[in-house]
Design a protein around this ligand. Structure first.
Ligand code: HEM
Length: 155
């Protein structure tokens, strides 16, 4: 079959030219979701918007950790609605460390202390633009003993 097609193409130079033109074209531009992306373009995915899109999330701006309970959430870059660590060959290589440490640190803080905001501390969640999104005003929180025996905080 390949031999027949190749023979036909070689006998029809206009078909050969068309094939060559199309191959060059494909190298120059990709079409993604109907948009032509010229060669050399830097394409940034707006994960900020994807994570706030009500088509993907119910009440996306609501802090509702329960939404992640009872379901296995894929954050390894395969679920394009949820990309906290990015996707593809430059995906965050720190996922195994992050998923253990984040839970461990939060669990330790919440288990060990009772937390409250200082008096007159306003609730605010402004962020600061940067390589990573930091809180604009650092969080001030007051811990108090939660464990029954103060000795448990030592060592
Ligand atoms: C909750 C914690 C973390 C989050 C949300 C996070 C998120 C991300 C994101 C979104 C990227 C960009 C991926 C892309 O371009 O598609 C990234 C890259 C990267 N992360 Fe993380 N990360 C976390 C923790 C860590 C930790 C603990 C380490 C190392 C110990 C780490 C090391 C890196 C490195 C080296 C890259 C660059 C990878 C590359 O460009 O090839 N990250 N991370």
């Amino acid at each position: 079959m390949v031999e027949w097609v190749m023979a036909e193409i070689l006998h029809n130079p206009y078909v050969m030219r068309k094939v060559e033109d199309e191959l060059t074209e494909i190298n120059l531009a990709y079409i993604v979701a109907g948009y032509t992306i010229p060669k050399g373009c830097t394409v940034n995915m707006n994960v900020w918007a994807i994570h706030r899109d009500p088509k993907n999330w119910t009440n996306p701006l609501e802090f509702k950790p329960e939404r992640f309970l009872n379901t296995k959430w894929d954050y390894n870059g395969n679920n394009f609605k949820f990309l906290p660590f990015g996707s593809g060959r430059r995906i965050c290589p720190g996922i195994p460390l992050a998923e253990k440490m984040l839970v461990y640190i939060l669990a330790s803080l919440l288990h060990s202390f009772e937390w409250r905001l200082p008096k007159d501390e306003e609730f605010e969640l402004a962020d600061e633009f940067g390589v990573v999104t930091k809180k604009k005003v650092p969080l001030m929180a007051v811990p108090s003993q939660r464990l029954s025996d103060a000795g448990l905080y030592m060592g």
